[in-house]
Design a protein around this ligand. Structure first.
Ligand SMILES: *Cc1c(COP(=O)(O)O)cnc(C)c1O
Length: 403
């Protein structure tokens, strides 16, 4: 197939909402990927924080094949063993008492927002409808979630938006205190903003948000689509902030490359999603849930989670060493294996140049906005692959610096 298919066909057959790289990857194994011409890349992108166990992890391939030969899909007219087992695992390992399955982060967030609105209606009446969210936040691309996200550029131009959604600056307690009231139905936030530039919540800010939500009977929704499933070194990032949300959404790394998402909440709040109020054809299908079960079983072990902290240190040391030589970053930040290298004033707006140069050096990485180079590799990437990838990144930095 590779002989007949090429990148140049993209403009002929695809809607132009993406502008993919010139090379077309055809195979992956662990943290290495090969393109149509057999060129090898080290993968520091991880499918944008999705491939938590790299490419074609043997345990995931085994589960996919076994479940694929057994049962793929039933609809929600029936429940199934993998979904019940995965929900039980999520209940056992998190604050949650109830689980709803979907297929993507946006869908899990859509469910969370609809649940919050319905819960407020059930318990406090129709006037409690305000949703508070943060500038630069990202929550997905459905119309509700993109409206709650904090970038007007993504939500403008599609006609009237869902109402009663307000935005405030992230980590700004005074602005938050001024905005929240008894009219607030829910606050949606990422414990660390991902697309917005790898910006962790200030621990004191997040604690005050929790306290003010309690004071005003507003639900606190943590969007852990990017930070969840071991990415930050704990199963979910909220564990490191000592703050428990009312609703949490998980996707990306949960399926490790297979589309699946989950919304977690308490038994009391879940009561508002009565029979018929919400649903999804594919959500909770046996194939997706079986794969996600394997991902969690592998990730939620001390070896893997402590390994994330160790790998974080390797990345940080490596990036700081590169910066000492080339002076391109103002700051290296992030948690676990979600790391941002923020460009200094000499390189503002040029994150994409580093990504393009990295590709030329055989390295896949990411950007988070115009000023941050982002790394989200496999949680089990080998030390040797980290060093090899960092050497390639150094060559890319040298290339950009030398123009
Ligand atoms: C990627 C992302 C989403 C959207 O997930 P999709 O699966 O693309 O719908 C939502 N929230 C956060 C924080 C994300 O990083």
């Amino acid at each position: 197939m590779s002989e007949q298919i090429s990148r140049s066909q993209f403009e002929q057959v695809m809607v132009p909402n993406y502008n993919p790289a010139a090379m077309v990857p055809v195979r992956g194994e662990g943290s290495r990927v090969w393109d149509q011409q057999g060129r090898e890349f080290i993968d520091f992108a991880g499918g944008i924080a999705v491939n938590s166990l790299g490419h074609c992890h043997p345990a995931m391939v085994k589960t996919l094949n076994e479940q694929g030969a057994k049962l793929w899909h039933l609809s929600n007219v029936f429940t199934n063993e993998p979904a019940l087992k995965l929900a039980q695992t999520l209940v056992n390992t998190t604050f949650a008492e109830r689980v709803y399955f979907a297929n993507s982060g946006a869908e899990a967030n859509e469910a969370a927002l609809k649940l919050a609105r319905r819960y407020a209606l059930d318990h406090f009446g129709p006037d409690k409808d305000q949703i508070l969210a943060f500038n630069q936040a990202f929550h997905g691309r459905t119309f509700f979630t993109v409206t709650v996200g904090g970038q007007a550029a993504y939500s403008d131009g599609f006609g009237p938006k869902p109402g009663a959604v307000d935005h405030i600056p992230f980590n700004d307690l005074a602005a938050f205190e001024a905005a929240i009231s008894d009219r607030t139905c829910a606050v949606m936030m990422e414990p660390m903003q991902g697309e917005g530039g790898i910006i962790p919540a200030d621990p004191e800010f997040i604690r005050q948000v929790r306290a003010l939500c309690d004071k005003h009977n507003a639900l606190l929704i943590f969007d852990e689509v990017q930070t969840g499933v071991g990415r930050t070194g704990t199963l979910y990032a909220y564990e490191q902030f000592d703050v428990v949300p009312d609703i949490l959404t998980s996707a990306k790394g949960l399926g490790g490359g297979f589309p699946v998402a989950a919304m977690l909440t308490s038994a009391k709040i879940a009561t508002s999603l009565k029979v018929g109020t919400h649903g999804s054809t594919y959500g909770g299908n046996p194939l997706a849930c079986a794969v996600a079960q394997t991902v969690i079983d592998v990730v939620n072990t001390p070896e893997v989670l402590e390994g994330v902290a160790h790998r974080h240190r390797l990345f940080r040391e490596g990036l700081e060493a590169i910066n000492a030589k080339y002076k391109v970053f103002a700051e290296v930040r992030g948690m676990g294996l979600l790391i941002g290298a923020a460009l200094n004033s000499d390189y503002q707006g040029r994150a994409r140049d580093f990504l393009v140069a990295s590709a030329e050096q055989g390295l896949m990485c990411l950007v988070a906005g115009a000023n941050v180079v982002r790394f989200a590799p496999s949680l089990v990437i080998s030390e040797e692959e980290i060093q090899d990838g960092l050497a390639r990144f150094e060559a890319a930095v040298a290339q950009v610096v030398q123009g």
